[in-house]
Design a protein around this ligand. Structure first.
Ligand SMILES: [Zn+2]
Length: 375
C-alpha cells in the first residue's frame, strides 16, 4: 500500500489495505458505503481514500493536494452533511447531481463524502439514485453511516459496503498520545468529550480555546447548584462565547479568501456564492464545537455515575475528579440519567436548528434542578 495518507488511519489497517489495493489496481467502485460505530474512523478513512484518489502519488500525504484534502479545501473533494431538520433535503440531492456532472478542477477525479447517510430519506435518495447507479467516470461517492440497516435500501444496495470494526479505547488513546504529546489521561478525557471520534479528540487536544471551553463548562457544573436564574443565563452566554472562540481562525480565513477574490475580480464582483459557503462552514464548525462541549458535559455526568457505582477506575475526566466525586456521593443513578437526558435534549435541539443559546440555557436549568436535588 503506497502513500503516507493511510498512516492516519492505521487503526483500520484492513480497510485501508483494501481501499489502497483498489486504487493501485484502478478498480475503484463509483459508490461506497462505509459503515461503522462512532469512533471507528469512517470520516478519516474517507479523507485518506480521497487523498489516494486525487493525489498524483496515490496519497503521498505530503503534497498540496493531500494537505487540502485533510483541511477539506481541495476543489475536487466535497464534504456533505444533512442541511434539513429531517436530514438531507431534495434540493441538496439535486445540487449534488448537478455538481457531479461537472468536470474535476484539478485532476481526473472528484470525491463526494456524504456524512450521516442514514439521514438520506426516500425523497432525497430518489433524486440521487441515477447518480449512485452510474455517476460520471470521474466521480466517487463515499457514504458514511453508523449502521447498514439505517440506510435506505435503494441507496445501500447501490454501494460497495465497507464495514469498520470498533476501535478499542486503549488503541485510540495510544494514537492520540503519539500524535499530540498529550498524557494518556488527557487523551482519555478528550476521547470522552469527542464521543470516541478520534479526529475530533485530536482537534480538541490541539485547540487551547476548545480546551478552555471544556474547563469553563466543568467549573460551571461545580457552581451550578448555587447560581440564581440570572446567573444561569449569564453562564449560558459565557459558555457559548467560549464555544465560539475556536471559530475565530475560520472567520479570519474566510475574510482573507473574500479579500483575495475581490482583489482578483474587483469590488463589484458577486461574492454571494462564497459567502453562502462560508456561512455553511461556520454553522457546521459551531455545531461541531457545541457537540464537543455537550460530549464533555455528558462524560462528566457519566463519571459521577461510575464513581457512585464504585468504579473510580473508569473515570474519563481525571482532571475534574474532586468535583465529580463530590456530586457522585449525593447523586442517584436515576438523577444521573435525568441529567444525561437534559444534555441529549440540548444536542437534539441544536441539530434541529434551535438557537444554541436557548438550547444551552434550557440544559443548564434542567441540570441545575438535578444537581440541586440529585435524588
Ligand atoms: Zn499527495
Amino acid at each position: 500500500m503506497r502513500g503516507c495518507a493511510w498512516d492516519r488511519v492505521a487503526l483500520q489497517r484492513q480497510v485501508a489495505e483494501r481501499l489502497g489495493a483498489a486504487v493501485a489496481s484502478g478498480r475503484v467502485a463509483h459508490a461506497y458505503l462505509f459503515v461503522g460505530p462512532a469512533g471507528s474512523g469512517t470520516l478519516a478513512m474517507a479523507q485518506a481514500f480521497a487523498c489516494a484518489l486525487v493525489c498524483d502519488d496515490q496519497g503521498c500525504g505530503a503534497c498540496p493536494a493531500c494537505a487540502q484534502v485533510w483541511s477539506w479545501s481541495h476543489p475536487d473533494v466535497f464534504r456533505l452533511k444533512p442541511e434539513g431538520a429531517a436530514g438531507y433535503t431534495v434540493d441538496q440531492a439535486r445540487e449534488l447531481v448537478r455538481e457531479v456532472g461537472l468536470r474535476p478542477v484539478w485532476g481526473a477525479r472528484k470525491v463526494y463524502v456524504l456524512e450521516d447517510a442514514d439521514r438520506l430519506g426516500h425523497a432525497a435518495a430518489n433524486a440521487l439514485l441515477k447518480t449512485l447507479e452510474e455517476p460520471p467516470a470521474s466521480a466517487v461517492l463515499v457514504l458514511l453511516a453508523r449502521s447498514y440497516e439505517a440506510v435506505v435500501p435503494t441507496v445501500a444496495s447501490r454501494c460497495q459496503v465497507v464495514r469498520f470494526a470498533p476501535v478499542p479505547e486503549q488503541d485510540a488513546v495510544a494514537v492520540l498520545v503519539e500524535r499530540t504529546g498529550a498524557s494518556p489521561q488527557e487523551a482519555r478525557a478528550s476521547l470522552a468529550a469527542a464521543g470516541g471520534v478520534l479526529a475530533r479528540a485530536e482537534a480538541l487536544l490541539r485547540s487551547p480555546s476548545s480546551l478552555a471551553a471544556r474547563s469553563l463548562a466543568f467549573d460551571l457544573l461545580k457552581r451550578l447548584p448555587y447560581l440564581d436564574a440570572y446567573d444561569v443565563l449569564l453562564a449560558a452566554k459565557d459558555l457559548l462565547e467560549a464555544v465560539r472562540a475556536p471559530l475565530e481562525d475560520l472567520k479570519a480565513a474566510h475574510a482573507a479568501e473574500l479579500a483575495e477574490r475581490q482583489e482578483f475580480l474587483g469590488k463589484e464582483a458577486s461574492t454571494s456564492d462564497i459567502e453562502k459557503r462560508h456561512k455553511r462552514e461556520l454553522t457546521a464548525r459551531e455545531r461541531e464545537s457545541i457537540a464537543v462541549l455537550l460530549g464533555a458535559v455528558s462524560s462528566w455526568i457519566r463519571d459521577a455515575l461510575v464513581v457512585g457505582a464504585g468504579r473510580e477506575d473508569l473515570v474519563a475526566n481525571a482532571d475534574a475528579a474532586d468535583a465529580i466525586e463530590e456530586v457522585a456521593y449525593a447523586m442517584t443513578p436515576a438523577a444521573a440519567v435525568r441529567a444525561l437526558k437534559a444534555v441529549e435534549a440540548a444536542r437534539r435541539r441544536v441539530s434541529y436548528n434551535v438557537s444554541p443559546q436557548l438550547a444551552i440555557e434550557a440544559m443548564l436549568f434542567d441540570l441545575q434542578e438535578v444537581l440541586k436535588c440529585p435524588r
